[in-house]
Ligand binder design. Structure first.
Ligand code: IPM
Ligand code: MN
Length: 382
């Protein structure tokens, strides 16, 4: 079979620590199953690269990366050593820019952030129904509030005005909402296979096995809010088996805390999805266990990017304390994604997912460092 190539980018802060455990798992799985994968390590994007070359990544970075089938990224953003404020020189707008460039350049228009409170994961909510939290938040990843248009007029004066434009296209809305419905169907199918169906009130009082909830702020941001609502209703007609729901972003935040177990698939705009997924990560055990991925589902020549929800956590970097769980779940998702090209990889992805989940179920809640957790997962892969 064709060998699939992975660009491995440790990045900054705890990135290198958790990525190195991901690579150990990939090595182990490759050897065990003769997986047709290989990887190349890139020292960029990173703060260190910036110090040496004056840019966070090379100018031709995207064309180099385009040669790969997937990108595995640890974390970006490094304010420098905590004890040397002189080095806190690199603003977020510089160190994090590559992330947005990759999402945009490879048209990774889907950001999938599953939030499922797995056995062993920390339960932040007191209500025991929290154990049933199992949702997939799908964040629109290509436009909206992140288009980067705008500017500062009369900068620095007392009459300064900052503008930040939001751009939503019908095509952008259609593709992300349709993706949400497709995922809802797949989730219902998987639950049926496991004998764990869920029921959601659908149109005309009929019960459905899955639901899509679309998030807007249409009571205040009416142009894109109305367009999203219209597109949602149109596409819903193609999915009579999937229940539909709409929440305003503020109410959604409230309900995520009050009754998160009532959500299934949630589709949100770029910024609203960004905010909701930090909340969802905490509901499902915290940043240490929250996976994420940035996908381009329709162009096989464009690499998708796999990066946990968490950041570079400079406060604990270099101490071997970071929880690699989120990174390993993210790596499992990458293998599953590459499994669309080579089924062996999908199987390996499930194996890695199961090993990480089994470790969490058995040892979650006990105090462990990066090595302990990774070793426990590696043992299960043997
Ligand atoms: C995320 C991050 C990024 C985002 C930042 C680092 C630009 O918060 O991936 O959720 O806002 O998308
Ligand atoms: Mn975020």
């Amino acid at each position: 079979p064709q060998t699939l190539r992975i660009a491995v980018m440790p990045g900054d802060g705890i990135g290198p620590e958790v990525v190195s455990e991901a690579v150990h798992c990939l090595e182990s799985l490759r050897e065990k199953h003769q997986l047709p994968i290989e990887w190349t390590r890139f020292p960029w994007p990173s703060h260190a690269w910036h110090e040496q070359y004056g840019e966070v990544m090379p100018e031709d970075a995207l064309s180099q990366l385009e040669q790969y089938d997937a990108i595995l990224l640890g974390a970006l953003g490094d304010p420098g050593p905590m004890d040397d404020p002189e080095r806190y020189l690199l603003p977020d707008s510089v160190s994090l820019a590559p992330l947005l460039q990759m999402r945009k350049g490879f048209d990774q228009w889907v950001c999938e952030r599953p939030a499922r409170l797995l056995p062993g994961a920390r339960q932040y909510l007191a209500d025991d129904r929290a154990r049933d939290i199992d949702m997939l938040v799908i964040r629109e990843n290509s436009e909206g509030e992140y288009v980067g248009q705008g500017g500062r007029l009369r900068q620095g004066t007392e009459h300064e005005v900052a503008t930040q434009m939001e751009v939503f296209t019908r095509r952008g809305a259609e593709r992300i909402i349709r993706y949400g419905f497709e995922q809802a169907r797949l989730r219902a199918e998987a639950r049926r296979g496991d004998g764990k169906q869920r029921k959601f009130p659908g149109r005309g009082g009929k019960l459905c096995e899955s639901q899509v909830c679309v998030i807007t702020k249409r009571n205040a941001l009416r142009y894109w809010g109305d367009m999203y609502t219209e597109v949602f209703e149109e596409i819903a007609r193609d999915y009579p088996d999937v229940a539909t729901h709409h929440e305003l972003i503020d109410a959604a935040c409230m309900k995520f805390v009050q009754a998160p177990w009532t959500f299934d698939v949630v589709v949100a705009s770029n910024l609203q999805g960004d905010i909701l997924t930090d909340l969802a990560a905490v509901l499902s055990g915290g940043m240490g266990v929250a996976p994420s991925c940035n996908l381009n589902p329709d162009d096989p020549d464009m690499p998708s990017m796999f990066e946990p929800t968490h950041g570079s956590a400079p406060d604990i970097a270099g101490q071997g304390l970071a929880d690699p769980t989120a990174m390993l779940f993210t790596t499992a998702r990458m293998l599953e994604w590459l499994g669309r090209r080579e089924p062996l990889l999908a199987k390996a992805g499930r194996e890695l997912y199961d090993a990480v989940a089994a470790d969490l179920a058995q040892n979650g809640g006990t105090r462990r460092d990066t090595r302990d957790i990774a070793d426990s997962v590696l043992n299960r892969l043997k």
